[in-house]
Ligand binder design. Sequence first.
Ligand code: ADP
Ligand code: MG
Length: 167
Amino acid sequence: MQLLTKSAEDTRELAGTMAGLAEPGDVVLLVGDLGSGKTTFAQGFGWGLGVREPITSPTFILVRSYRGRLALLHADVYRLDHLQEIVDLGLPELLDEGGVALIEWGDVAAPVLAPEFLEVRLEHANGDERSIALRPVGRRWSARWPSIELSLERWRSRSPLPGEAGA
Ligand code: ADP
Ligand code: MG
């Protein structure tokens, strides 16, 4: 699914809407260049989960956890050797216990951290616009697709971006 946001606040609103559909044990991988909006997305997602403390970039901390409707783990895998640390820091246990994980730089992490996940790929578009592509991997996300499409309708981009097959 191809989406477009017009500002940082717009991306937070979209992410907050998605958080309403989050279920215990979910993994969301945030992929995109520096400044594409991964942490901004995490802030909106946390707000939507009911986290009321500020969500900051985990870049130098690797992993931070928050309390909301569900426990939220926010991690940044910007080096491959962080993967093991994140696992050691309790990612599997948190998911088992019904928490939700948001992992920045998900590309690297995807095959190792979880077999099923939602990939959120953010890219700079014009000015403050960001193009956001959602890709479900595994059944747990595909099963929710109709409700996700419905709730994100207002961000759907109608015209495919150059080089893309469709939206
Ligand atoms: P990342 O974690 O991917 O490095 P950040 O979320 O930390 O990116 O930074 C994104 C920056 O871009 C922020 O300064 C944010 O305010 C700005 N921004 C501008 N427009 C948008 C948008 N549409 N979506 C997300 N961030 C945006
Ligand atoms: Mg970041």
